[in-house]
Design a protein around this ligand. Sequence first.
Ligand code: ZN
Length: 564
Amino acid sequence: MAEPLLHNFIRRLLLSLVVLCSLALSQTKPSADLIITNAKIWTVDKSHPQAEALAVLRDRIVAVGTNTEVDAWHGPQTKILDAQGKLLLPGFNDAHVHFVDGGDHLQQVQLKDASSPQEFARRIGERAKTTPKGEWVTGGDWDEQKWSPPNLPTKELIDPVTANVPVWVNRYDGHESLANSVALQLAGITAKTPNPPGGEIIHDAQGNPTGVLRDAAQDLVAKVMPPMSHAHRMKAIHLALEHAASLGVTSVQDMNPAYEDVKAYSELQEQGLLTMRIYVAPLETGWKDQAKLGVRRGFGSDFLRMGAVKGYADGSLGSETAYFFDSYTDAPGKNGLLSDEMHPPSAMLQRLKAADAAGLQLCVHAIGDRAISMVLDMFEQIEKANGKHDRRWRIEHSQHLAAKDFARYTRLGVIASVQPYHAIDDGRWAESRIGPERIKRTYAFRTLLDNGVRLAFGTDWSVAPLSPAWSIYAAVTRATLDGKNNNGWVPEQKLTVIEAVEAYTMGSAYAEFQEKEKGSITPGKLADFVVLSDNIFKIPPAAIKDVKVEATFVGGKLVYGGLE
Ligand SMILES: [Zn+2]
């Protein structure tokens, strides 16, 4: 096309667009698909914190305000729902889950509340009886801290009730698992098997493996397990989606999923069956897979995004594998373990630096103060090499900080991706492990906020329950699960309900580069919100854990419960 002709064409095109737009405006002012009235809305939007109604058009919020203001969007097709004065919040965004694991755990043997070794063995025996040939008894989430004495379980405890069925059941924090003799045999583990780097095979007084494998040693058994079938995975995801919707969780950030999980999410998205939004952060050792396609932080659709990697720097406090500067109070000389990815740390640094240069977001698990410090050192070096920009590094768990490191979080813009439920769980025994000084900077949510650090809330499901009500309760009360700290364990670290809700919505949205799309009830954002049975800002904090979700909406669609 010659240039004058092209100009003419563009002018005509613009003119017809103007005509079309003014026609649309004069004739059909769009009306909302859905209006929620009579709600107590806490928007988590600082410019406009409270409202009583909202309107949804397709999958977005188009209006937030008084009943009268929002009624301007009322049209002949608009569905009106009355919230009857109940509290409406942005949907919860869990910044740290293991989603397929979580779904799978819903269908596995349940050991978390087994209150004695005998009960533990009984449940495993029951499950072994009904386990089809070729399959394993897995899962469990056992917690020997609930037993007296709190001794680790052994294969001798379960061998007599499991016959030829391989058993591989994990401690609830995922850092230790117990195998029976059949599973040990399949894995080829004997008294002579050496500890792999970053892992430990526990032995009895005679030098024989007890069946408990710690951290990286768990791979020895995990690698001989039959892979999860596609059907099994899909069932786990369906269960997980249902469970999430029932708790008001509308987004999750899935840490180190298998690639098959991502494939399954992608299939579900294609079929319109994802009832929740997922951001995936596969393991950092595979960073090249995303980088070679040019996938960068936050890449994808409203329902499924990627562009992050997850790494591990150390273990957990419960298994004394969190890596500390000073040794464990109850185990002098023991400082914890660096993860296998950190052998050596320079290799980890090299991968993280390259992943960062490729535009991938870094999420690194670090629990002990020394592991956290080492990760911060790496971030500093990466910033030096790759320059300063808005990259939102995350330290997953951020459990025990050295006093000097709060300011480094702030300076580097590191997000503390934390799980309040762990505080009331570990709070039962943490002091016996690390002493009275270090616990002051343990789950130090208040100090982090006071230092200007951004918090993102999550649960680490299936390590802890997926329930936001429990997590908010934990952050606000810090009342440990044993009922011994009703005024709060390290009470100076308590948060307000407002702060906890913000960390669970805007905080988590920011942590996945989505604060412009979700995290608050604001016109233009995705219509993800929940209606709760009780007003968590008004009821006694101790009652927050019992609050139920009445209705969960994702993209304006009801995915759980309902309003009259
Ligand atoms: Zn985790």
